[in-house]
Ligand binder design. Structure first.
Ligand code: GH3
Ligand code: MG
Ligand code: MG
Ligand code: MG
Length: 296
């Protein structure tokens, strides 16, 4: 669990930090809201629990809290507001702008640690739910919803890249999958889906995206020039079909058809659905031309 303490008072930082360390959580410290936002925006250090001091020069805790909520982070951090200011309605105001908890200074160590643990429980639960919402249960790949989200993020990254970079979005579909189900049963069909998913995932790099887009349809998103896209597709084609799928005494040959679009920086204003439609159209050309092939 990563905890960020935002406070302008050095002594308070030392006290609060010692509690966080006692709770055996990772500690980040910022002495202003501006520094806090820098740490929060950095993907490697994104804190899950943020302890915000109300009274700070420039941007105060209340405004910082609003700014953090406006970032719409992938995992919503748990915010604990702390203050020695005991003016009326202060607790209500803190909670109203998005704080999850409120503590008055001086902080009582044991209670503070217990509240950190409450925050950790809520963040963990949130992560579990997110993972369930984004994962295809059968294959363990991303599901359709998560795939679209991931593609949108990749396209934003591409639009901001300094280097001339391009990406490739691929839609693929298992050939004659219905006949696998009809001949060997749904359970074998499921095992084929799991193994096809593995082969697809293994043919791209970890930061690239592989998703189950529909029943026996998959989406791949990777970094690639036009030539690299051809190489990736021919590699995938082979990965799927070059060795049989063995289930006890059964040995099945499976093939797949692919449609891919290369997306360059000047295409990035287009809608994700346009790219998907284009890839889908190419996939259906491949289907009509005999399957077990790709087209970019
Ligand atoms: P084509 O080469 O034209 O793609 O032929 P196809 O038989 O693969 O295409 P079709 O769309 O007719 O069949 C898809 C089949 O995928 C039908 C459906 O029952 C099956 N299917 C979809 N989801 C699952 C699943 O989760 N498990 C199993 N076993 N089968 C599934
Ligand atoms: Mg202060
Ligand atoms: Mg299909
Ligand atoms: Mg099919």
């Amino acid at each position: 669990m990563h905890v960020l303490i935002v406070d302008d008072n050095e002594i308070d930082i030392i006290t609060t930090s010692s509690f966080v360390q006692k709770a055996e959580m990772n500690l980040f410290v910022a002495d202003s809201a501006t520094k806090a936002l820098e740490i929060i925006s950095n993907r490697e250090t994104t804190p899950e629990i943020i302890v915000v001091d109300w009274m700070m020069p420039d941007v105060n805790g209340l405004e910082l809290c609003q700014k953090i909520r406006a970032l719409n982070l992938a995992v919503t951090p748990y915010i604990i507001m702390v203050t020695s200011n005991s003016l009326g309605q202060i607790e209500q105001k803190a909670l109203d702008v998005g704080a999850d908890d409120f503590i008055e200074k001086p902080i009582h160590g044991a209670v503070f640690i217990a509240r950190l643990r409450v925050g950790a429980r809520i963040v963990e639960m949130q992560k579990k739910l997110l993972s369930l919402a984004h994962t295809d249960e059968l294959t363990g790949l991303l599901n359709r919803r998560a795939a679209i989200k991931a593609c949108k993020a990749h396209i934003v990254r591409l639009s901001r890249a300094d280097m001339p970079l391009s990406h490739c979005l691929i839609i693929s579909d298992i050939d004659f999958f219905k006949s696998i189900n009809d001949t060997y049963g749904h359970q074998i069909g499921d095992r084929v889906l799991v193994d096809v998913a593995k082969r697809m995932r293994n043919s791209i790099r970890p930061f690239e995206t592989a998703a189950r887009f529909g029943g026996e349809e998959f989406l791949i998103y990777c970094e690639a020039t036009e030539e690299e896209a051809e190489l990736i597709l021919s590699r995938m084609l082979k990965a799927i079909s070059s060795s049989p799928y063995i289930y006890n005494d059964l040995s099945l040959n499976v093939t797949m058809s692919f449609g891919g679009v290369v997306i360059s920086k000047h295409d990035t204003q287009h809608n994700i659905n346009d790219f998907i439609k284009k890839a889908d159209n190419l996939l259906y050309e491949v289907k009509n031309n005999g399957r077990n092939n790709y087209k970019v």
